[in-house]
Design a protein around this ligand. Structure first.
Ligand code: FES
Length: 385
């Protein structure tokens, strides 16, 4: 039998609903001016805001990476490894991307919110970031999100982080958190890059290593044929149990899914950082291909109906944004469910590899639009942003 909530049985509920005249009198006597929210509610809102506004304090372009410092009043507490979604608009089009927070939690709490954005990779966001994120600009940011962080209840005491290129940013935040005392675990970093010059964060990791024995760094020089393998990881693990964290370009994840399997890791001890959306569905072996380069879509959003043409090789979320139809979003990696839409008619492709939907959503025809591609004309219902 279900557990009854103490002090809230049926007699109490009925009493509450049928207080009759006494209750009506109380309502009549209530003041018309609504009292301000309680300090507790205000604090909860500050700790868990849905959206934030950040002012760009500094923006420096170095080696194809835009380093940005935001001034965000009352930046909420976050876990090292989480991301922000940064959004800006150009004309009618909306551009947004999840970007890992580079700062440690204490740095961010002191108003120093750093991010690093690769500007020379495929995609409009990367191309436009340096023209929008300029000192003084006010930019929309999401609250920190994502589960790519160390959890003492879930993870082993040792984390082996395998990183590629600018994917190092969440690990920089984790190493900073260990140094400042916000986190307590051993972090072994295996940093792969095509050359030592491309391993932009290597000097920083080496400095952290010299300051704290819990942080260790190993560089894999890919120009010399060094690669991430099961053996390299086991060598660093040194016989200890570990959680494996992987962050970097999308191609890396496919390789690591195989390595994690070879290592026999539990699902909970193997985590990947999401890094933007899929650029091309043909990348996935299960993509059946679309019969046309574009399709017609009818979009229902609250009381608006849009009729638009959408390309076959772009995620629905990105296509709608480029047409100025803003749908809610956060991770852009098919996991968080913020961009969930209802496919009312038509056929879509969702890569098996990145399908993070709940079973009930699959059954009812819901899709995460950031990881959904059209295969025919469509009718979709989406929530307003
Ligand atoms: S934005 Fe998170 S699932 Fe699409």
């Amino acid at each position: 039998m279900g557990k009854m909530l103490k002090g809230f049985g049926l007699p109490k509920i009925l009493g509450f609903l049928f207080k009759g005249k006494k209750r009506e009198k109380q309502i009549r006597q209530a003041p018309e001016i609504v009292k301000p929210a309680s300090p507790t509610n205000l604090k909860a809102k500050a700790l868990h805001p849905k959206g934030l506004l950040g002012t760009v304090k500094e923006a420096t372009l170095r080696q194809g990476i835009l380093f940005v410092t935001f001034d965000v009043p009352n930046f909420p507490y976050f876990r090292a490894g989480q991301y922000l979604t940064i959004s800006f608009q150009e004309g009618q089009a909306i551009y947004s991307r999840p970007i890992s927070i580079l700062s440690s939690p204490k740095q961010a709490a002191q108003g120093q919110v750093y991010v690093a954005i690769k500007t020379n990779e495929q995609g409009e966001f990367s191309r436009l970031a340096s023209t929008h994120l300029t000192p003084g600009a006010t930019i929309s940011l999401s609250a920190p999100s994502g589960d790519f962080y160390y959890s003492p209840n879930r993870d082993q005491k040792q984390v082996i982080a395998c990183i590629g290129g600018v994917g190092a940013t969440p690990i920089v935040s984790m190493a900073g958190a260990i140094l400042e005392g916000s986190e307590n675990f051993s972090l072994t970093i295996i940093y792969g890059a095509k050359s030592i010059d491309e391993a932009v964060f290597l000097p920083l990791f080496m400095e952290y290593q010299s300051r704290d024995p819990r942080i260790r760094i190993r560089f894999l020089d890919e120009s010399k044929g060094r690669r991430f393998t099961k053996e390299v990881i086991l060598e660093e693990a040194d016989g200890q149990e570990f959680s494996l964290f992987v962050c970097g370009p999308q191609g890396m994840y496919h390789a690591f899914d195989g390595i994690a399997k070879e290592l026999g890791l539990d699902r909970k001890h193997y985590r990947r950082e999401l890094f933007g959306g899929i650029k091309d569905p043909a990348y996935f072996p299960d993509y059946p291909g679309a019969k046309q380069p574009s399709f017609h879509a009818k979009i229902f959003m609250v009381d608006q109906v849009y009729e638009v043409e959408i390309p076959a090789n772009r995620p629905l979320l990105a296509s709608l944004e480029s047409l100025g139809i803003a749908s809610p979003h956060r991770c852009r990696g098919g996991i968080c469910g913020a961009c969930r839409g209802h496919i009312l008619a038509g056929e879509v492709y969702i890569p098996n590899f990145e399908d993070g939907r709940r079973l009930s959503d699959k059954e009812k025809g819901y899709a995460h639009l950031c990881m959904t591609f059209p295969l025919s004309d469509l009718e979709i219902e989406i929530p307003a942003s």
